[in-house]
Design a protein around this ligand. Structure first.
Ligand code: PLP
Length: 435
């Protein structure tokens, strides 16, 4: 059998050198579908292999099939960072292998989770009445909120969200047998509250930082209407919520303190490796009423809430350890510095696009996402994106709004520098000229 310390040193060295050279690898994996599967044996080995063989195959077989989310030139979807403290914490999490099914099965897991989500609550400026826990993803958070909302108003079978809300709303509606009502948006892609018809809805899903163009639904007005109609309001701030740690952006989050529940993904823009999605609610008792189910074999005499009673899964990972490590090792100031740098780089990129004839910025920019396109047809822009991504030097993604194909430059990796952003812009112009 392998030697744990020796193998551990090998793995750590591998990760350290990977993080150093991630920027030199083709950002978007260039393999064809099925290629990785074809290179792998069809069955598990009969006899033990050394751990070093796993690392060898990681290099030779898997690495070509890795799209490098850790690359500083990853600008697609919403760019993320598995920061060093987060990566190391993930090792500790696996080493401890806690299974938080009840408070007593890991008091530290449960209480650290409560403490870290409360630290983050303070950092983003939400009131103390919000209690939180960690979900795997924002998708699960929206689904959980919709389950609670439906249980409170069972005869309301509608979920309302804007036409630009993330598909998590539609998926939750489908899974719960609810009708989905997509509300039109105004000229800056904000949900139109006057068209919501919230009275027969169990849940309204408002978004701060939509996926396509990071637009802002008018949460104060939506909250007002939901309160009057007795409709649950969930604010999805999966991407943008991390930016609420910046006091100068607080205005963009106006009204979210009136939501019944809020989702923010530290695994998107706060340096925590996948997965870590915080769900806060002012109404934790309603979550408990919807989810608490304690069979005989899980009964305990402890006078403590089990987090499994306010969420869907029974077993929970020790995700809080990652969030704790990141919040401590960067501190509020360190995280603020990184996010401000992303905002600066996005502003810079936006200014280059605006100044270049034949290019346009296509949506207001509030955070670190710039939506833009080059003059010409949708097919031209699609071809441009394809040729830029084929170079392997950067990876950008697209969306569609205003009935046009749109390019997205999402800055969010802690290792991204101005030089990386400049390289992307030079590449876009070079490929556009070549088409
Ligand atoms: N909500 C918004 C606004 C998002 O941008 C995303 C993903 O990009 C999600 C939800 C889904 O997040 P998750 O992958 O954590 O489910």
């Amino acid at each position: 059998m392998s030697d744990f310390r020796e193998d551990g040193a090998l793995a750590l060295e591998w990760v350290a050198s990977y993080l150093e050279r991630a920027g030199e690898l083709p950002v978007l994996s260039q393999v064809e579908p099925g290629a990785i599967r074809a290179a792998l044996p069809g069955a598990a080995p009969d006899d033990p292999e050394p751990f070093s063989a796993v690392v060898d195959d990681l290099d030779s077989i898997l690495l070509p099939g890795i799209t490098h989310w850790q690359s500083p030139r990853f600008f697609a979807y919403f760019a993320t960072t598995g920061s060093e403290p987060g990566v190391l914490a993930e090792l500790l999490v696996a080493g401890l292998n806690q299974v938080g099914i009840l408070w007593r099965t890991s008091p530290a897991l449960q209480e650290l989770e409560e403490v870290t989500v409360d630290w983050l609550r303070q950092l983003v400026g939400l009131p103390a009445e919000f209690r939180g826990h960690i979900e795997d993803t924002a998708s699960t958070g929206v689904l959980a909120a919709a389950i609670v909302a439906r249980s409170l108003t069972p005869d309301r079978r509608v979920l309302v969200c804007s036409e630009h809300a993330h598909s998590v709303g539609e998926k939750a509606a489908r899974l719960l047998g609810l009708e989905l009502r997509k509300v039109p948006t105004d000229d800056v892609y904000r949900m139109r509250p006057d068209l919501m018809r919230e009275h027969d809805a169990c849940l309204v899903l408002a978004t701060i930082g939509t996926t396509g163009m990071a637009s802002l639904d008018p949460v104060p007005e939506i909250a007002e209407r939901c309160a009057a109609a007795g409709t649950w309001l969930h604010v999805d701030a999966a991407y943008a919520g991390s930016a609420a740690i910046l006091p100068e952006l607080h205005g963009l989050f106006a009204g979210w303190e009136r939501a019944d529940s809020i989702g923010v993904n530290p695994h998107k823009w706060l340096g925590v490796p996948m997965d870590c999605s915080v769900l806060w609610t002012r109404r934790q008792e309603e979550f408990r009423a919807a989810f608490s189910l304690v069979p005989e074999f899980l009964r305990s005499p402890d006078d403590a809430l089990n987090l499994s009673e306010v969420s869907i899964p029974l077993g929970r990972r020790f995700r809080a350890l990652k969030l704790w490590a990141v919040l401590r090792c960067y501190g509020r100031r360190g995280l603020q510095e990184r996010l401000r740098e992303h905002l600066r780089l996005a502003e810079l990129f936006e200014s280059w696009v605006r100044a270049q004839p034949g290019w346009e910025v296509t949506a207001p920019r509030h955070f670190s996402l710039v939506c833009f396109r080059r003059e010409g047809s949708d097919a031209d822009n699609e071809r441009l994106l394809g040729s830029v991504n084929d170079t392997g030097e950067v990876f950008l993604s697209h969306t569609r709004f205003a009935d046009r194909y749109q390019l997205r430059m999402a800055i969010g990796n802690f290792r991204t520098t101005e030089e990386d952003v400049r390289l992307a812009w030079d590449l876009l112009r070079r490929e556009a000229a070549a088409l």
